[in-house]
Write a protein that binds this ligand. Structure first.
Ligand SMILES: C[S@@+](CC[C@H](N)C(=O)[O-])C[C@H]1O[C@@H](n2cnc3c(N)ncnc32)[C@H](O)[C@@H]1O
Length: 235
């Protein structure tokens, strides 16, 4: 049960997976609450705002899209008619089962796979991918594994790839790590890393890209003083 400031302390990836597998079995007013906010209206607003942002920043026409940590697959519905194909990977078996059950699109596929163990030969859509979407996932990945993921993305993506990444970050000078921290809002023990924006920018330098644009989002949806939401467009 800890709220750690500044320490680069690892969290348990297995516990995060159990947390999301468990949420997939819980009843919410909206399925979006499984992966976004507890509250249905806030989740719907966030979903709509994120789709608009992606539209503004990334042209998906003719592109192969990879989503890392796709959850129940909400992005497929948003991008299927704009891109050539979409592959969502996630290590939560329950969420991928939900994504596959609700998938209505021939050009979209989902599969169980860990973000830091991407098996290039087993991907259901053949690389290279032109666009990568990552939303609220890197906060569950430890520093060492984040670098493994970046290395894997460099291997499975085209040279001129674009990445659209949204993550909650620390508003403080140091990162905040929640380790087995009981969250009253989520009614469960919670594990997550709120890195500083600089820590993300430093890590993204390894993506072999030339340009990183970043800004705050959902200012009116976040009621935490220590964290905020940011998005990064990397190309
Ligand atoms: C907050 S949810 C966001 C889901 C989705 N990206 C979205 O925006 O709707 C975080 C997701 O990341 C997935 N995840 C966390 N760590 C992962 C890992 N190491 N490999 C694959 N998926 C992971 C979880 O299973 C969960 O579906």
């Amino acid at each position: 049960m800890a709220r750690l400031y500044g320490d680069n302390e690892d969290i348990s990836s297995d516990k995060v997976k159990d947390f999301f597998n468990d949420r997939a079995n819980r009843e919410f007013d909206s399925d979006l609450s499984i992966v976004l906010f507890q509250d249905k209206e806030n989740s719907e607003q966030r979903h709509a705002e994120e789709k608009k942002l992606l539209d503004e920043h990334i042209n998906l026409s003719g592109k192969k899209v990879l989503e890392v940590g796709c959850g129940l697959g909400r992005w497929a519905e948003a991008v299927h008619d704009k891109c050539e194909s979409f592959l969502g990977i996630d290590y939560s078996e329950n969420l991928i089962e939900m994504a596959n059950k609700s998938n209505k699109f021939d050009n979209c596929k989902f599969q169980v796979m860990s973000a830091f163990d991407i098996k290039e030969d087993e991907l259901l859509i053949e690389p290279p991918f032109d666009v990568v979407i990552i939303s609220g996932v890197l906060m569950y990945i430890n520093d060492e594994d984040l670098l493994v993921l970046i290395d894997e993305l460099n291997k499975v993506c085209a040279e001129d790839k674009k990445l659209f990444i949204m993550e909650p970050v620390s508003c403080m000078d140091v990162r905040l790590t929640l380790k087995d921290f009981y969250s009253e809002g989520l009614e469960a023990d919670y594990n997550a890393i709120y890195r500083t924006p600089k820590e993300y920018l430093d890590a993204f330098e390894n993506l072999n890209c030339n340009k990183i644009f970043s800004d705050d989002i959902f200012k009116d949806l976040s009621d935490h003083s220590e964290t905020k939401y940011m998005y990064f467009v990397i190309e």
